[in-house]
Design a binder for this molecule. Structure first.
Ligand code: SF4
Ligand code: SF4
Length: 248
């Protein structure tokens, strides 16, 4: 985001709308008038200030750099209206489990694990995210192909493109798929790696219920001491499955 110093009145309305809280600051123009400017290091290009504030001077505009890699990556992962080329949908991850009744992406015996890095006000740096990805890659997990983070990494090693390592984004979602037998190792690895991440992340563990209503991952979560909040979705028959169920 940029602010045209010749149009800004220094009213400060945009400061209050800044998602990270610190990217817009007061300064003085040469004629000593108080104006606002944007710290380009702090700004995550989320576009919130432009969306919610009616700037009296029409001084705010998107930076040209958001169209150029790697700054464009900051935009993709921070502005929910922006469509990432890897997924062709707005947002930081994929549709994941939301459409599982139709796609059958997560079958019985499989577990999806998603890590949601960063939050408004804090964000997350890719160098931290990479630490977790490298450890998971060593376990041979399957990284979701159409995920925006996967498009930046070598799935064999978990290394991200060095050009984006210093990039900070509002939020990014890592999505992996594993056989349920690997869940112990994956959760222990994530727990170990969490101390090296200087941000917050939430952990989603996704599976299908067994026909008798059992949730097959709960035993593992209990045994490893993970607190959880169940969040279920039931197919009401509104989505036509595009897959054949493997087992009854
Ligand atoms: S809202 Fe507009 S005029 Fe007011 S401080 Fe921000 S950029 Fe300047
Ligand atoms: S684009 Fe987002 S991070 Fe940048 S100044 Fe505006 S609200 Fe703050």
């Amino acid at each position: 985001m940029i602010i045209d110093e010749n149009k800004c009145f220094g009213c400060g309305q945009c400061m209050a709308s800044c998602t990270v809280g610190s990217a817009i600051f007061f300064t003085r123009r040469n004629d000593s008038a108080v104006i606002c400017q944007v710290d380009q290091e702090e700004c995550l290009e989320c576009g919130n200030c432009l969306r919610v504030v009616t700037c009296p001077g029409e001084a705010m505009s998107e930076s040209e750099s958001i169209h150029t890699y790697p700054r464009s990556v900051t935009k993709y992962f921070s502005d929910p209206r922006w469509t990432h080329p890897a997924t062709q949908i707005p947002g930081r991850g994929t549709e994941e489990v939301k459409t599982n009744d139709v796609t059958g992406r997560i079958r019985r015996g499989q577990v999806g694990v998603a890590l949601e890095f960063g939050r408004p006000g804090l964000g997350a740096r890719f160098s931290d995210v990479e630490k977790v990805i490298i450890k998971l890659a060593r376990l041979g997990v399957h990284f979701e192909e159409n995920n925006p983070l996967t498009s930046l990494m070598d799935p064999e090693t978990g290394h991200l493109d060095p050009q984006v390592l210093s990039t900070r984004v509002l939020s990014g979602i890592l999505e992996i798929m594993i056989p349920i037998e690997k869940l112990d190792a994956v959760l222990e690895t994530i727990r170990e790696a969490s101390s090296q991440v200087e941000s917050v992340f939430s952990l989603d563990v996704i599976c299908r219920m067994d026909p008798d209503g059992t949730i097959p991952v709960l035993d593992t979560l209990d045994r490893l001491g993970f607190a959880y909040r169940p969040n279920a979705k039931v197919n009401m028959g509104l989505g036509r499955p595009l897959f054949q169920e493997d087992s009854p």
